[in-house]
Design a protein around this ligand. Structure first.
Ligand code: ATP
Ligand code: ZN
Length: 293
């Protein structure tokens, strides 16, 4: 049960790489966020909800303990927090905050797979994730835990390799390191407490989760409208990227042609439009989708 009577709590990163997108998601779900007089807590003025703004490392514990009902955090942080105790439940991936936990080493290290790390020292800020990966690979290596600046460990002779988060690889390169293996692909996820909130808030919690799912699903999705000869319907439906069964409607005064409407879950590129046109489609419109449920 939530610790604050009568209000739901959502844990978000206070500042950092996930902070802005987390707040966007909350706002896109229809919550009007107002800054309180204290930096730790933002209030939602149109629902009994507070945002707890904390360091991302604290979010999995807050949600697992039910101090917060929902949280937004990177899978990397969630996995590192896995310690055999109660866990927050992952509701869904959110499509932002993508990064990869990678093994990297100076080019001089001969790397032919995880076994090449046998007996070496590997520096990381993710000792538990790395330990599990090494165990799964059947490799014994020493783990040097560092809070930050992991990429300097090989130069300081603290370790022969590192296991660190990479998005572009520029930091690795600047430190004379090359990525060698992938330990974990990560993105931000929505997590929820394993315990239900007080009954009066359960419905609100479910509806917030459903709205967030709608926001995530509508990101990148497009609404496509076009006219098509009846004879080309199958071909055209097959070209529409990531669409379910399209809606087909008659065109007034035309027996040979129909209007086709479809929600495409994938990007609709110019090439797709050209293929649709070549298949006989005309008056093709591609529209952004704001909400989906
Ligand atoms: P905090 O002060 O909240 O502890 P932090 O310094 O641990 O912040 P950030 O650097 O803001 O964390 O990163 C937050 C999360 O963003 C990471 O845990 C990861 O899930 C994600 N992320 C995305 N790209 C990267 C990247 N290139 N490097 C590090 N994290 C990334
Ligand atoms: Zn952190």
């Amino acid at each position: 049960m939530s610790t604050v009577q009568g209000r739901l709590r959502i844990a978000v990163q206070k500042s950092g790489r996930l902070a802005e997108r987390s707040l966007d998601l909350v706002r896109d779900a229809g919550l009007r966020v107002v800054k309180g007089n204290n930096d730790l807590l933002y209030r939602v003025e149109n629902y009994p909800i507070d945002l707890l703004r904390v360091r991302d490392d604290d979010i999995p514990t807050f949600v697992a303990d039910g101090v917060c009902d929902l949280g937004i955090v990177g899978e990397n942080v969630l996995e590192e927090g896995r310690n055999g105790g109660p866990m927050a439940e992952v509701v869904m991936p959110l499509g932002f905050g993508r990064c990869t936990l990678k093994i990297a080493a100076p080019p001089a290290l001969d790397y032919a797979g995880p076994a090449s790390l046998q007996g070496l020292r590997v520096a990381t800020s993710y000792p538990r994730v790395l330990r599990r990966w090494l165990e799964a690979e059947g490799v014994q290596a020493d783990i040097v835990t560092m809070r930050g600046a992991v990429e300097v460990a090989p130069r300081l002779k603290l370790a022969q390799a590192i296991c660190d988060l990479v998005s572009t690889g520029a930091t690795l390169e600047a430190n004379g390191l090359a990525a060698r293996d992938t330990v974990l692909d990560s993105q931000a996820v929505l997590i929820r407490a394993p315990t239900a909130p007080e009954p009066a808030l359960a419905e609100l919690l479910d509806s917030i989760v459903e709205r967030m799912a709608g926001v995530v699903a509508s990101q990148g999705a497009k609404y496509v409208m076009l006219n098509a000869p009846r004879s080309a319907l199958d071909e055209i439906a097959a070209i529409l990227p990531g669409a379910g069964a399209p809606t087909v409607m008659p065109l007034s005064g035309r027996d040979d042609a129909v209007a086709v409407h479809a929600v495409c879950q994938e990007a609709v590129f110019w090439e797709t439009l050209e293929r649709l046109k070549a298949a006989g489609a005309s008056a093709i419109l591609v529209l952004p989708i704001e909400k989906m449920m």
